[in-house]
Design a protein around this ligand. Structure first.
Ligand code: FE2
Ligand code: FE2
Ligand code: FE2
Ligand code: FE2
Length: 424
């Protein structure tokens, strides 16, 4: 029953780190209507200031990654809407409660540094709400604070000042004055001077509100020099993304990781090549990334969903596809991930493809298996007998692939063991 991945080469993978960062950054900007293009704007501003501060090209790439992902915890964490409102508010509003504004920066640092190519960006993010405080902001305790963190601090506040109600060029003088007012206290004077120099040009402001910022960043600062992610690196990055995806819902804190483990074991037992097994694991880690576009209140809603809420949740595989498929090199994995709610009888959602690749059918079985056997705060996971009963019924109903489900009784315990091992 082995079947090719719809004619696409799956033996190797080669994805640009920049494209992966931008895919997650775009996903973060989908999370909340107030976010707009916050992460992308901050990335653009960071790059412009760092370039004129004399940063080397690899350092500029690191600060772009930091800008593109800096509020990752604030926007993903459940029940943090008040924090979200504050991190996106004008810079003088976050003075009242300086304490907890740093928590999302610290947590973001810990999540992102798990992936070695993000280590520098994570260190920059860690201090992105520390004020310059007339030079005292060069250190926190004994820890030196990178100048890049102060660039991010400035860019972060700058990015929220433009409003949509009038032309950006009509706002530029007011914004420049607002930043000037924070010189020395909030922002490093040397950086404010650089900002004043570069923001004199109209093109600086037009680029800031341009719809093509991603292209500008890619061409000007990455080009051919973006780090290439091969299999192991992409796998490591998918793991970090899974943590972020699972961050959003207290009810499914390890779901993506569990689906990845189950998918890999099933693919292995189907004798797929080792490289395909790894790629199926990546699809498992990323399958629910589209849930970033679903309001967290719905993901965690106890009790029955209304018909409209159900339709909203059912959009998530569509967004999985929208987030992953623009990344060159990730098209196949994105499709396997996005097809996880499709059914063999064509009654699934949201794409209803004529053919569902074997790898996507594996992720679909792993998803249902994991969802019904994992513990949730409001219920225990199902027993082996009950869960296999449900899965076999789904085979009879034309939803799942019977050849894949038939492997489960023999490897049921192995899957649970692999899932726990992956989380350890
Ligand atoms: Fe922040
Ligand atoms: Fe921010
Ligand atoms: Fe899903
Ligand atoms: Fe899922």
């Amino acid at each position: 029953m082995k079947e090719a991945g719809v004619g696409i080469e799956t033996q190797s993978v080669d994805v640009a780190l920049f494209d992966m960062v931008m895919s997650l950054s775009r996903a973060l900007d989908l999370l909340h209507p107030a976010i707009g293009e916050h992460h992308l704007r901050v990335a653009y501003l960071c790059a412009s200031i760092a370039e004129h501060a004399g940063f080397r090209s690899n350092e500029i790439q690191e600060i772009i990654i930091a800008g593109a992902l800096h509020d990752i915890v604030a926007v993903c964490k459940p029940h943090s809407h008040s924090l979200l409102d504050r991190v996106l508010s004008r810079y003088d509003d976050d003075m009242a409660d300086g304490e907890c504004i740093h928590e999302h920066a610290e947590e973001g640092y810990h999540v992102l540094r798990e992936f070695p190519p993000f280590a520098q960006a994570a260190a920059i993010i860690r201090f992105h709400h520390v004020d310059w405080n007339f030079g005292k902001g060069e250190f926190q305790g004994r820890l030196p604070i990178p100048l890049a963190s102060h660039i991010l601090r400035l860019a972060d506040r700058l990015a929220v000042l433009p409003t949509d109600d009038c032309l950006i060029l009509c706002q530029k003088d007011h914004i420049r004055q607002s930043i000037q007012a924070g010189t020395g206290s909030l922002f490093c004077p040397e950086l404010v001077k650089i900002f004043e120099d570069i923001s004199d040009k109209e093109s600086f402001w037009l680029d800031l509100v341009s719809k093509h910022k991603e292209k500008i960043l890619s061409h000007r600062f990455f080009g051919e020099t973006s780090i290439r992610l091969r299999m192991d690196n992409l796998y490591g990055l998918a793991k970090v993304y899974a943590r972020i995806i699972d961050y959003r819902s207290a009810y499914t804190a390890s779901h993506s990781s569990r689906v990845a483990s189950a998918s890999e074991l099933l693919a292995d037992r189907l004798d797929l090549p080792a490289s395909t097994v790894r790629l199926v694991g990546i699809a498992g880690y990323l399958h629910d990334i589209g849930k970033l576009a679903v309001p967290v209140a719905l993901l965690d809603k106890p009790g029955k969903l209304t018909a409209e809420e159900m339709l909203l949740i059912r959009q998530h595989p569509y967004y999985t596809h929208q987030i992953l498929s623009p990344v060159p090199g990730l098209e196949t994995i994105g499709m396997w991930a996005a097809f996880h709610h499709e059914r063999l009888d064509g009654a699934g959602y949201p794409f209803r493809p004529r053919q569902i690749p074997l790898e996507a059918r594996i992720v679909a079985v792993a998803d249902v298996f994991t969802a019904i056997t994992e513990d949730r705060p409001y219920r225990k996971g199902m027993s082996k007998k009950d869960s296999l009963g449900i899965l076999n019924k789904m085979v009879r109903d034309g939803a799942l692939d019977g050849d894949i489900v038939s492997l489960l009784p023999a490897i049921y315990e192995d899957i649970h063991h692999a899932q726990e091992l992956a989380l350890a």
